[in-house]
Design a protein around this ligand. Structure first.
Ligand SMILES: NC(=O)C1=CN([C@@H]2O[C@H](COP(=O)(O)OP(=O)(O)OC[C@H]3O[C@@H](n4cnc5c(N)ncnc54)[C@H](O)[C@@H]3O)[C@@H](O)[C@H]2O)C=CC1
Ligand SMILES: O=C(O)[C@@H]1CCC=N1
Length: 259
């Protein structure tokens, strides 16, 4: 497919890094600020460099608040049978259709781990999108990690609050954990290694186990031992579970506001 990527910042750039590894498709990036694009990717800085009906897919990877102002300038470059793919948080298919009219539109919510091919994405398409086009876009997204097809748009806003924003929550957890490791005397390099390897090893253990997360947690926790002492702080008054609940609800509410 011939693909136009509008916006090549943190998220668009992360996905492009994986896509550029696969020879199936050709990419043009439209982003005045883009630098250091992968080999073989065409870069345009003005819409006048594009031809009408040039692309099978136009990917919208700019901030949701910019879509109404920017997208009209690029819409002419999509083939009549092509589709728009938006990765913008919140911005609904109806809002995009207000800008481009009744066209095939797919919403994808990726996450930053796409950068290393371990992303998690949700996808939902409108009724004007053919099964073939949806399958080809799903395959494209799956080049960046796993891709789950969702039943409706509300689901993609809920998924945004879990996996779209998720790396932000996890990076902050990791940052706090590393700071705590340093507070008991480890240097930065050792603290990062201990924390990163503990997290990745724990995730892999959970993946390979049939036990519940509660049982796995209990299997680390000796009666009156060190883990129990630590968890009595981490879990005091159920605050951690409440905090995660509030975190996800706030992110979902913001996605709804951005519709
Ligand atoms: N950062 C993340 O982890 C995730 C971001 N998203 C979505 O991806 C979209 C982009 O977010 P980020 O990459 O984080 O933002 P970013 O600010 O890193 O990238 C946006 C890019 O758009 C470019 N841009 C601005 N005006 C433009 C124009 N007129 N024409 C072409 N390009 C233009 C900017 O130069 C910039 O490189 C947002 O809609 C966001 O909701 C979705 C999932 C995860
Ligand atoms: O924070 C945001 O709005 C974007 C969407 C998901 C992750 N980053």
């Amino acid at each position: 497919m011939n693909i136009l990527l509008i916006g090549c910042g943190k998220m668009g750039g992360a996905m492009l890094r994986q896509w550029a590894e696969v020879p199936d498709n050709t990419f043009t990036v439209a982003d005045p600020a883009a630098t250091a694009l992968p080999d073989g990717v065409r870069h345009v800085t003005k819409t006048t460099e594009l031809e009408a009906a040039e692309f099978d897919v136009v990917i919208i990877a700019i901030k949701p608040q910019m879509i109404a102002g920017v997208l009209p300038d690029y819409a002419f470059a999509l083939k009549p049978e092509g589709c728009f793919v938006s990765i913008a948080a919140g911005c609904s298919i109806a809002s995009i259709a207000k800008v481009v009219g009744d066209r095939a539109i797919i919403r994808v919510m990726p996450n930053l781990a796409a950068m290393v091919g371990q992303g998690v994405s949700g996808l939902v398409a409108n009724a004007l999108c053919s099964d073939d086009l949806k399958a080809r876009v799903t395959e494209l997204v799956a080049q960046t990690g796993t891709c789950v097809e969702l039943a409706d748009e509300d689901q993609i806003d809920r998924l945004t609050a879990i996996s779209g924003s998720g790396p932000g929550y996890v990076f902050e957890l990791m940052r706090s954990y590393v700071a705590a490791a340093k507070s008991v005397g480890f240097d930065d390099e050792t603290a990062r290694k201990l924390v990163f390897d503990t997290i990745s090893g724990t995730v892999e253990t959970a993946r390979q186990s049939d036990e519940t997360l509660e049982d796995l947690r209990n299997s680390v926790t000796s009666k009156n031992g060190t883990t129990q002492a630590g968890l009595s702080q981490l879990m005091r008054d159920g605050q951690l579970e409440g905090l995660f609940h509030d975190t996800v609800q706030a992110a979902y509410a913001r996605a709804v506001e951005l519709r």
